[in-house]
Design a protein around this ligand. Structure first.
Ligand code: 5BU
Length: 452
């Protein structure tokens, strides 16, 4: 979602066009939400930005050579705005037939050389208004090539109406609304806890460690404008591959748990490695090694997973001391591999103590292979990366032990670097949209944190 889309969703909420409660819709069904976009037309800038989004949509759909027509009444301001901004002829559909003159339903047709019409409306609930209007265009031998609506709030797409494209779906608004609620709370807390300490940008930290993965990730984040790691905790590697080919370009790390995979296949793993190079992300196996040295080596290099052959990042619990990381330091490939130490956890009831965390930090400082920590806050200097799991905006937990915090909390208040999002993306209605949402939230929070 880009900033213009955010702006429109923001104005929809701020101009009271969206309400939560119990409502009966035009078609008689019950709804927990009420949407009426009429107030939007009070703001010329909103109309302009909506017209820009319509323009992008039309270009994307490659629709050409049409006249534009707003469905009465709500679609009219946008159709007229579009007509003026993009030099597109328009016609005017009446709500009721003219009682005098030509008795026409559509004005502006005389001498018109175009045969195609594009309809604009504000909200589609069932599609009845669009359907009812079609007969008038048919009568005038105008082909309706499609409709663009600002908000699609259909519960299901019955397929009765063809070619309806929307700028937003109801779920976009709901998702934005919950993000906004969380955000407002965060910003108030945050502004009151602002300190004078300034944060270095990712770019400024390049070179603060000799660890190549550390520097690579900092540069990658700047390049992709993303500090998002996605935890794809699926049991199918095929599914992981499929999803990565869609979201890979927006993330910097994919975190996996290979030992929950049911269709493990080394070839597919190699394809994921190839994808990670093409789309530029790093593969993190969240194996949390914590064994005696000799077993660790087998777990890392052997077994059926042969983790060392495809994982760029692996992590360690240091409960067994530093023997695993000592060994890793000797066998990892510094060109494109590194280790992360688990210094804090997100879940309720974990046994991490301040003292334990400090010992993890001290061990981390001794090994060149360590590029950072899995932690809930920035726990050491700028020469390490801080990756934070347990990120989500809508829920506080998962009914088990997981505890979520928002990207704003992690990046701005707690000063971490990379947010790790799992089910809040993988179990959402649209994986790509929620990836983009968390990418945007992560990046905007990071930018905000630089202003401290
Ligand atoms: P979730 O779906 O966002 O709750 O998934 C979180 C992921 O991060 C999951 O793979 C956990 O194994 C992982 N995780 C975590 O949740 N908390 C921690 O402290 C650590 C890892 Br370490």
């Amino acid at each position: 979602m880009d900033s213009r889309q955010h702006y429109i969703l923001q104005r929809i909420i701020e101009l009271n066009c969206f309400k939560e409660g119990k409502f009966t819709l035009k078609n008689g069904s019950e709804s927990n939400y009420y949407i009426n976009l009429r107030n939007l037309i009070r703001e010329p800038e909103v109309i302009k930005v909506i017209c820009e989004l319509i323009y992008d949509k039309i270009n994307f759909l490659s629709w050409k050579d049409f006249v534009i027509c707003g469905l009465p009444y709500a679609g009219i301001p946008y159709a007229q705005g579009y007509s003026i901004l993009y030099n597109t002829p328009s016609v005017f559909l009446r709500k009721e037939q003219k009682k005098h003159g030509m008795n026409n339903m559509i004005d502006g047709l005389e001498g018109l050389d175009k045969k195609k019409v594009l309809l604009i409306d504000d909200v589609i609930t069932s599609g009845s208004s669009i359907q009812e209007s079609l007969v008038h265009f048919e009568k005038e031998k105008l082909e309706v090539i499609g409709t663009i609506v600002i908000m699609d709030r259909r519960i299901e797409n019955t397929g009765l109406i063809e070619n309806v494209n929307s700028l937003f779906k109801l779920e976009d608004l709901l998702q934005y609304n919950s993000y906004r609620k969380a955000n407002l709370l965060q910003e108030t807390q945050l502004l009151s806890s602002k300190t004078e300490e300034s944060r270095k940008s990712y770019g400024e930290r390049v070179g603060l460690s000799n660890n190549k993965m550390f520097n690579f990730l900092l540069n990658l984040m700047e390049e992709k404008k993303s500090n998002l790691a996605v935890s794809l905790d699926y049991t199918s590697l095929k599914q992981i591959y499929k999803i990565l080919s869609v979201i890979g370009e927006h993330i910097v790390i994919v975190k996996l748990h290979m030992d929950i995979i049911e269709d493990f296949d080394m070839d597919l793993c190699s394809q994921i490695v190839k994808l990670s190079k093409d789309l530029k992300f790093v593969i993190f196996e969240d194996r949390k090694f914590s064994e005696i040295g000799s077993i660790f080596q087998k777990q890392y290099q052997g077994g059926m997973y042969r983790i060392s052959e495809w994982a760029n990042l692996v992590n360690f619990h240091l409960i067994s001391g530093d023997s695993n990381i000592q060994l890793f330091d000797k066998i990892y490939n510094p060109e494109d591999q590194a280790g992360l130490l688990v210094a804090q956890m997100s879940n309720k009831g974990n046994l991490f103590s301040k003292d334990y965390t400090n010992q993890v930090i001290e061990i981390g400082k001794r090994f060149a292979s360590v590029c950072g920590f899995i932690s809930q806050e920035k726990i050491a200097g700028d020469g390490f990366l801080y990756l934070t799991p347990g990120i989500g905006i809508a829920k506080e937990g998962d009914n088990l032990d997981q505890q979520y915090k928002s990207p704003q909390q992690a990046l701005i208040v707690d000063g971490t670097d990379i947010i790790i999002v799992g089910r809040n993306i993988t179990q959402s209605k649209s994986i790509i949209k929620s990836t983009l949402l968390y990418k945007e939230l992560g990046w905007s929070s990071y930018l905000l944190s630089l202003r401290r």
